[in-house]
Design a protein around this ligand. Structure first.
Ligand SMILES: *[C@@H]1O[C@H](CO)[C@@H](O)[C@H](O)[C@H]1NC(C)=O
Ligand SMILES: *[C@@H]1O[C@H](CO)[C@@H](O)[C@H](O)[C@H]1NC(C)=O
Ligand SMILES: *[C@@H]1O[C@H](CO)[C@@H](O)[C@H](O)[C@H]1NC(C)=O
Ligand SMILES: *[C@@H]1O[C@H](CO)[C@@H](O)[C@H](O)[C@H]1NC(C)=O
Ligand SMILES: *[C@@H]1O[C@H](CO)[C@@H](O)[C@H](O)[C@H]1NC(C)=O
Ligand SMILES: *[C@@H]1O[C@H](CO)[C@@H](O)[C@H](O)[C@H]1NC(C)=O
Ligand SMILES: *[C@@H]1O[C@H](CO)[C@@H](O)[C@H](O)[C@H]1NC(C)=O
Length: 387
């Protein structure tokens, strides 16, 4: 039993080894040459430093020949250093070839990046104006002129200091003389690119400043880290329809007879709205800007209009009788009437008591004379009637 198990394990190992050898033999042996640097980053129309091709130290004794070839046109160059043509040839594909005893000819490719910083980065002005409607989507375009290579360019959009996205990059004015010139992922010669971004603004964004920033990221090499350029800002005004301040202008306004009322119509909007009061022609009013002084009841409409839209606010002025003077008058009259009655009653009462006293003190007099003698200020009233 144990023997069988170990046998099985052995066959498994053998199979594994076979598999490993198989894959090893299928991969081509690495060409024993060394290119420094592995990636050549050169600016357009700049000399730059060359790339050097050398056999590795272990293969140096077997080397028969080292030469460069441009895989684009198969031209060979019997040199060790490769100097890229940074003036005209954007599509060269240099490779270093080595001819070795035993191995034969093999090669390694050199990656060349010829870059060109853009002539300009600018936001294209909006079709007609520098203002946009609130809540209406619109597109902004950033033109990056004459830049290479396109696939290493990134564009970032900003509103103020806030990043609002990379936009969508597309090739402008693509010349269809060469298919690769119209493919943003392949093109190497300088091109004009446009980054487009969709934006929707509200009134709080008015005066917003938009910028686009183009960045060339030339690989991981620190020496050629990144180059960037920013567009001049684009100022945008947000347009919106008028809004009437109803806090200062209620729907119903009471008017007391004889007291004119001032209706204050204020509105904000962009552009600044024009205010107009609408009322029937027979009304007597005084207009002062957005203020309307009314003397009569009725319907008065405040209209605020700007280039975007217009808004109307209807004000109903209702007549209220001013009862205060009436009440005051009524109270005054009542007081007077009550006072008169009181005085009248009091005077009667006063006289009555005096008469009684008088008639009690002089009871005999009354018997003599039917008329009571006056003592200067008493009214001559017949005693008989009172007692
Ligand atoms: C360059 O040589 C290769 C291999 O010999 C060949 O396949 C290719 O077509 C040649 N290219 C040109 C442009 O001659
Ligand atoms: C720009 O203005 C022209 C006329 O001056 C007009 O025909 C066109 O519709 C306007 N475009 C936009 C997007 O407003
Ligand atoms: C890019 O734009 C510039 C200016 O608009 C123009 O002169 C140039 O020919 C354009 N380049 C390409 C490749 O279309
Ligand atoms: C912007 O909107 C247009 C149409 O409304 C659409 O075709 C386009 O893809 C949008 N662009 C972006 C960058 O979202
Ligand atoms: C944009 O607005 C800023 C202030 O917000 C101002 O300094 C700048 O001059 C404006 N630019 C243009 C082109 O109007
Ligand atoms: C005021 O507005 C109301 C409602 O929109 C309308 O019926 C009325 O005719 C307007 N009055 C005037 C004087 O414009
Ligand atoms: C309208 O009335 C308001 C408040 O009474 C006042 O502040 C404003 O100056 C007036 N406007 C005009 C044009 O008379």
């Amino acid at each position: 039993m144990e023997e069988l198990g170990s046998l099985r394990l052995l066959s498994l190992f053998l199979a594994l080894e076979l598999l490993c050898n198989g894959t090893q033999s299928r991969a081509p042996p690495e060409c024993p040459i060394e290119i420094t640097p592995e990636t050549l980053i050169v600016e357009y129309q700049n000399q730059g430093r060359p790339a050097t091709c050398q056999p590795t130290s272990t293969s140096a004794s077997h080397v028969r020949q080292i030469y460069w070839q441009d895989l684009q046109d198969n031209r060979t160059f019997d040199v060790i250093d490769w100097l890229p043509d940074t003036y005209n040839n954007w599509y060269s594909r240099p490779a270093c070839f080595g001819d070795f005893q035993g191995i034969g000819t093999c090669h390694k490719k050199l990656k060349v990046i010829i870059y060109k910083t853009p002539d300009s980065v600018s936001i294209r002005p909006l079709e007609n104006s520098s203002s946009v409607l609130e809540d209406r989507a619109f597109q902004l375009h950033c033109d990056i002129i004459n830049v290479a290579p396109a696939q290493m360019l990134t564009v970032q959009w900003y509103r103020g200091s806030e990043a609002i996205g990379p936009g969508v990059l597309s090739l402008e004015d693509c010349q269809p003389d060469d298919v690769r010139n119209c493919d943003i992922g392949v093109v190497k010669s300088p091109v004009n690119l446009t980054s487009s971004v969709n934006v929707t603004l509200n009134r709080a964004h008015s005066g917003a400043e938009f910028r686009c920033e183009a960045q060339l990221r030339l690989g991981s090499e620190a020496s050629h880290g990144a180059w960037s350029s920013e567009s001049a800002p684009l100022n945008l005004t947000v347009l919106y329809k008028p809004v009437i301040n109803t806090a200062k202008l209620p729907k119903r306004v009471p008017l007391f007879r004889g007291y004119p009322e001032e209706l204050v119509c204020e509105a904000h909007g962009s552009p600044a709205p024009v205010i107009q009061w609408l009322y029937s022609k027979d009304k007597v009013v005084q207009v002062s800007g957005g203020n309307l002084t009314v003397f009569e009841e009725g319907i008065y409409n405040c209209s605020a209009r700007n280039g975007v839209d217009s808004t109307v606010h209807v004000v109903e002025v209702v007549l209220k009788e001013d009862y205060l003077p009436l009440i005051a008058g009524f109270v005054a009259v009542t007081v007077v009437v009550i006072s008169v009655i009181f005085v009248f009653l009091y005077s009667i009462y006063y006289k009555n008591t005096k008469m009684r006293r008088y008639s009690l003190k002089n009871p005999k007099l009354s018997t003599h004379n039917g008329n009571v003698a006056t003592n200067g200020w008493d009214l001559p009233l017949p005693m008989t009637k009172l007692s």
